[in-house]
Design a protein around this ligand. Structure first.
Ligand SMILES: Cc1cc2nc3c(=O)[nH]c(=O)nc-3n(C[C@H](O)[C@H](O)[C@H](O)COP(=O)(O)O)c2cc1C
Length: 204
């Protein structure tokens, strides 16, 4: 009986340890996730260092983990990472060619018109692909990379120009181009907290 009690005590102690450890581990993970959100900032200058393929896949997986209206997942990504593609892209942009050449990775977040909701819900692709984009920006920060959202949609001149340069099929609309690489500038996350921009409850 005494021996059984000892075994029981040992099992209970192990269970308690496991629960405590699991809880504290989850707490740390959540804190790290919040820190990652708070430290994200736009980065536009990059080291001349390629981004590893495994990290590129993580960025894309993070993008595809985003919520979408009716779970339509109306996304498609165009990734430029090799020198030849980047130079072709740079050649198409007379104003930013030099900056483009110095950027190791581009992810164009596009919407697929064949996977959009009907009627008024069609425009939800903008929110869907924006959620995708934020996930990629946050994942980049978590991976020690820097990134910045650059505008394409709704500027029709840019939408047309990028669609031609990337030879996008007619069903894809480019929302933005996320530039990514290892940061070559000081990271200065902004404190945007402003209580004046919050209303709690409903005015009487
Ligand atoms: C919809 C959207 C469009 C943006 N377009 C550009 C852009 O075309 N070029 C650029 O350098 N940054 C662009 N940005 C990045 C913003 O300038 C940046 O997020 C803002 O200044 C706040 O800085 P932070 O990202 O460091 O917090 C864009 C961001 C968003 C969300």
């Amino acid at each position: 009986m005494c021996k059984l009690n000892k075994v029981l005590m040992a099992v209970l102690a192990a269970m308690s340890f496991t629960t405590t450890y699991a809880q504290s581990s989850a707490a740390q993970t959540n804190e790290a996730a919040i820190q990652n959100i708070m430290t994200r900032t736009s980065v536009r200058k990059f080291k001349q260092q390629p981004v590893e393929d495994s990290k590129i896949e993580t960025l894309l997986r993070a993008g595809m983990a985003a919520p979408t209206a009716n779970d339509k997942q109306p996304w498609h990504f165009v990734v430029l990472k090799d020198q030849k593609s980047i130079e072709r892209y740079a050649a198409s942009n007379k104003y930013h060619a030099e900056d483009i050449k110095k950027t190791p990775l581009f992810i164009f977040v596009c919407a697929d018109t064949t996977r959009m909701s009907e009627g008024q819900g069609r425009e939800l692709w903008v929110q869907d692909c924006s959620a995708v984009s934020e996930n990629i920006l946050l994942a980049a920060n978590a991976l020690g990379l820097g990134a910045c959202w650059t505008t394409i949609y709704p500027i029709q001149k840019k939408v047309g120009g990028i669609s031609r340069t990337l030879k996008l099929p007619a069903n894809l609309i480019p929302l933005n181009c996320i530039i990514i690489g290892y940061p070559d500038e000081a990271l200065r996350p902004k404190n945007k907290w402003d209580e004046n921009k919050i209303t709690y409850g409903i005015a009487e």
